[in-house]
Design a protein around this ligand. Sequence first.
Ligand code: BGC
Length: 535
Amino acid sequence: MPGGGVISSPADTMRVEAPVTFKAYLMCAFAAFGGIFFGYDSGYISGVLGMSYFIQQYENLDPATTPSDLFVIPASRKSLIVSILSAGTFFGALIAGDLADWFGRRTTIISGCGIFIIGVVLQTAASSLGLLVAGRLIAGFGIGFVSAIIVLYMSEIAPRKVRGAIVSGYQFCITIGLMLASCVDYGTQNRTDSGAYRIPIALQMLWAVILAIGLFLLPESPRYFIRKGQKEKARDVLARIRGQPADSEFVTLELDEIDANNQYELLHIPQGGYFATWFNCFRGSLWEPNSNLRRTILGTSLQMMQQWTGVNFVFYFGTTFFQQLGTIQDPFLLSMITTIVNVVSTPLSFYAIEKFGRRPLLLWGALGMVVCQFIVAIIGVTDGHNPKAISSMIAFICIYIFFFATTWGPGAWVVIGEIYPLPIRSRGVALSTSSNWLWNCIIAVITPYMVDSDKGNLGPKVFFLWGSLCTCAFIYTYFLIPETKGLTLEQVDKMMEETTPRTSAKWKPHSTFTAEIGLVDEKTTVGPTVTQQEV
Ligand code: BGC
């Protein structure tokens, strides 16, 4: 609408967005901090399982008399200790969606931090398997709240043009958490007291405390208040988040569109009791691209695919896998290097996800990972004992982590925050996050059995499996992932109604829910400031 103060068509309305202040960006970005303890908690265990003092204490072994190949945590316990966290997280994430709708996104995240701290206290106090496992289960439950609802919260408060980058910031924090964990493990591994594992465990409380205090100061999501029918509260928080006066046109337009989208969706989604509303997540047919069933399957399967990339094989079992390769001098250092590659590569996605879009990123990422994984597997079976071959395997593992970190790592979280309509969004994101943890757990349980020398003894051959699964991820993306770049969450909703995944990138916004359900006239006159800030 150059040259005038009139929003002359719904399409114009769709393009108007408040200029976002630096403070507003910071507010959105802080929430990403939640990723730190997701990453740290999943990461510290890899090193702890390889620590002599931990093995000695938990297995009652004497390092002086036990042969080194028996001085390990057996596969069954390793799998229990690692996977129990993901099991707790699965259940935590599953119920978190409801809590986020009842009590608010912030309250749910802050409660998650509290539960997590209880779990960490138990783990720190533990000196035997029972308490450690109970502590990890409870901590996992808290992480479930945080990991599901942070993504929902961030997607709901971020401005559309940087939503992908901001949610990728969450992934960045996950990678920092993983790296911090392996650095702390590296620093304490040789201690000859329980500090070796208790320090890495106890440190996690710090992240939870920082996140809880920060969120206490941040505003609630405006979409939560719209769902509750409290439009004026929604207006106040939106004004804070965008750094604009509550009565500005920007805030009014954005708010009206969120409200109209919610009303539109509610018209199409029958309401009812508790179970009926859960059923809404599975309503519709698999063949309609915009049905709720289709979106729920999309979100949950996308997170499943993210785990199928095999990335956590490297982060959970990396240290012990490198130990088993034999000639490697310092497996702890190598594990740390993989986590550093993960951290330094992730910021590339902030740019790439907004520039190229979600679909191309996921497609190219899957392809890159397939190539690296097959190379690692082929080297492993042909020349797996040659130190030079082992070095090139490690190099390709690092390149594979690079591809994951710049594409599927952030991409999966960004997309699940975008594809659900408001009435089922919190449950949809929660279900998708649970799926991430379910598959995370399944992989953590079965991998030691597949790989360890006294079990399936697959060794590096396991990369054939990850490579094949990444091939599935490529095909899956091609047929099923829509392009959501640059659209508001409400526009994504419309785009999914009107396109198929393969044609979605060409879709342009052409109408508003506000006009469609008649909240305001199609021709809305607004002040000149809107024109000046046209995007
Ligand atoms: C995944 C985690 C993984 C991490 C690695 C996340 O997106 O969900 O399972 O450990 O990325 O960076």
